[in-house]
Design a protein around this ligand. Structure first.
Ligand SMILES: [Fe+2]
Length: 295
């Protein structure tokens, strides 16, 4: 049994969201749903998420899982909006605890924010199973871009998050706190050991060279053609290429709002006494290596 996969593209952030459905039971998982966000006004919107909900309804699918491949730094998650309308459990890799602890410090969050993963319905470990009717999804821990990064394998469809992009896009950056290029290399080796015909669905596409945005490739195409990491690329070559490239990259546009919301499983910070939720902007902290934690 192979899943039906329906992609949704969020142009402003280059993010792919997927609906994965078991054709027999009509159960579905949504992977990496996006919340619209306007940085200038601080206003959120659900038009993009509502298109996913409309698809679930028109295809008569029942939402079982809302899966994050990691706590994203480039877009806000709409997981709670989907859950409030269609149900399902929100899950992420168990490495989220480290990510939460790091960013609790970065954003100076108070005691109300407990970095133990409790904000999510389920924390996933390597090789965990996600039941989806006749399909048994498998969690593949793929740290490197972040410490909470996981990939999801449903039948022949692999959702790789930010590990590799389309072959002409290379690989994901490894310079966030908790990122590690050598670890990403080893994670990608695990993915490259899957059958060559495995369908690969990427989390982002920035359409290099002006081509149309794309989301689907295969393990074979990645092994043979990924511009950063082919099957025979030695680890030291990849690590030095990745680190050199990371040194040239700017901090993502939406890292400040995205991370604060996404470490709360997509929820806004608790409202202040005036009933409004506020985000924090740490001055002169992001964009250079973090100092070691003070105990
Ligand atoms: Fe990411």
């Amino acid at each position: 049994m192979q899943p039906d996969v329906t992609p949704f593209f969020h142009q402003p952030t280059g993010t792919w969201t997927y609906v994965v459905a078991d054709p027999a039971s009509r159960l579905a998982a949504v992977i990496d749903p996006v919340l619209d966000y306007d940085w200038r006004s601080g206003r959120t919107g659900t038009a993009t998420a509502d298109a996913v909900l409309a698809h679930l309804e028109s295809a008569a699918l029942r939402l079982r899982w809302i899966l994050e491949t990691h706590a994203h730094a480039d877009h806000l998650s709409s997981a709670p909006h989907l859950q409030s309308r269609a149900g399902g459990d929100i899950a992420i890799g168990e490495g989220i605890r480290q990510v939460q602890a790091t960013f609790k410090r970065v954003f100076g969050l108070g005691a109300e924010f407990v970095p133990d993963g409790r904000q999510f319905d389920r924390l996933l470990a390597d090789d965990d199973t996600l039941e989806l009717g006749a399909l048994a999804g498998r969690v593949v821990a793929t740290p490197g871009h972040t410490s909470d990064s996981v990939s999801y394998l449903f039948g022949d469809a692999l959702f790789v998050g930010d590990t590799v992009f389309m072959p002409d896009g290379g690989s994901a950056r490894c310079d966030f706190p908790g990122g590690d290029a050598a670890e990403l290399y080893r994670s990608v080796q695990r993915l490259y050991a899957l059958p060559p015909e495995t369908r690969v669905f990427v989390c982002h596409d920035y359409a290099p060279g002006g081509r149309a945005p794309a989301c689907q490739t295969t393990i074979r195409s990645q092994r043979e053609g990924n511009i950063h990491l082919k099957a025979d690329t030695p680890e030291p070559d990849f690590v030095s290429l990745r680190q050199a490239r990371d040194a040239t990259l700017d901090v993502p546009n939406l890292i400040i709002p995205s991370v604060q919301v996404n470490i709360r499983a997509g929820r806004k910070p608790p409202p202040e006494p005036d009933g409004v939720s506020y985000l924090r902007v740490p001055l002169d902290v992001l964009g250079r290596p973090l100092p070691p934690p003070k105990h």
